[in-house]
Write a protein that binds this ligand. Sequence first.
Ligand code: ADE
Length: 369
Amino acid sequence: MTLKAWTPSELRSLRKRATAWYDSFGRDLPWRRTRDPYAIWISEIMLQQTQVATVIPYYERFLKSFPTVGSLANAPLDQVLQHWAGLGYYRRARQLHSAAQRIEKECAGIFPTDWQTVHALPGIGRYTAGAILSFATDQRLPIVEANTQRLYARLLHLDDDLSMQSAQSALWQFAESVLPTRHGSGHVNQALMEIGSQICLPKEPACLICPLRPLCPTFKSGLQARIPRPKQKKSYTDLQEAVLLIHDREHRWLMRRSSERERWAGLWDFPRFDITHCESELLVRSNLKQQFENAYECAIEIGEVMHQLKHAVTRYRILLLSFRAHLYGTRKRSRFGKMETQWVSESQLDQIALCASAKKVWQWLKRQH
Ligand code: ADE
């Protein structure tokens, strides 16, 4: 199949139709009311992997607590992670924090507006740099993310596997060619992204109300279901994990901070172990006892299963069992091998940055009182 070659006058028409539609029907989203690159940056990072409706309250809370680069740079990482709890993909929050510290140090706390500097910041790729700078300062920078990628593939009649380098290169080239030469790139980018997310849907795109329909080769050929080419089905890995619910006499719970090498790096969690390969409950218990005693250097008795929940993270589907457990000997202990641990009171548990599944376990535990 050959790609559609867009003429300058068709591109002009595309811009005009897209922006006219956007001005009438685009959603009024909080990050579209500002030209502050810092605020737009926060929104773009939150919107990676997360739906608009979920992001809105997080975005508003985050900007209320951290209204400037400086306030974010100077906040403790724990406080930033706490604002992120529930959004998932916590690396985004850690990178946001470290990028803010770099801007504070190297750019006097002013969000940079040149592409090179922005693109070099942690967590900012080609798309995000283009989005921030075209929306905030109207620079002529192309964007390709999930929604525009689908729209552009259809506008080009591109039926290749979009993960191929050659397909990506055609998409970025097209993304640049649609931008006006003088001003209005931010507006065009927003408009096309909105059409991608609201009209040019993966399944059953709303072609009948699409402002770009007269220009769209995929509408003409009727190949919307084959362009872009559907991705291979995602394969999941099933895991079983256990957390241990251990409290002291003052009803403080034993919590541990996830190390840098773990999925939830930096977040607090109950003592957690992988039990995927244990076949019986008896085996699970002895395995847990052994794993705990090795890692925490403290004898333990594993009690009954109190609760179970299912939890999906990226490509993992986790069945999480919560076991009651008792430490032998004194419960006054505060050091547990090399683990970073803390006895946390119930009121503090509502304050600290827990990983999402620990938060669910804690919500359940609270309801048991
Ligand atoms: N997804 C990523 N960026 C977005 C934006 N600015 N508006 C709506 N959805 C988005």
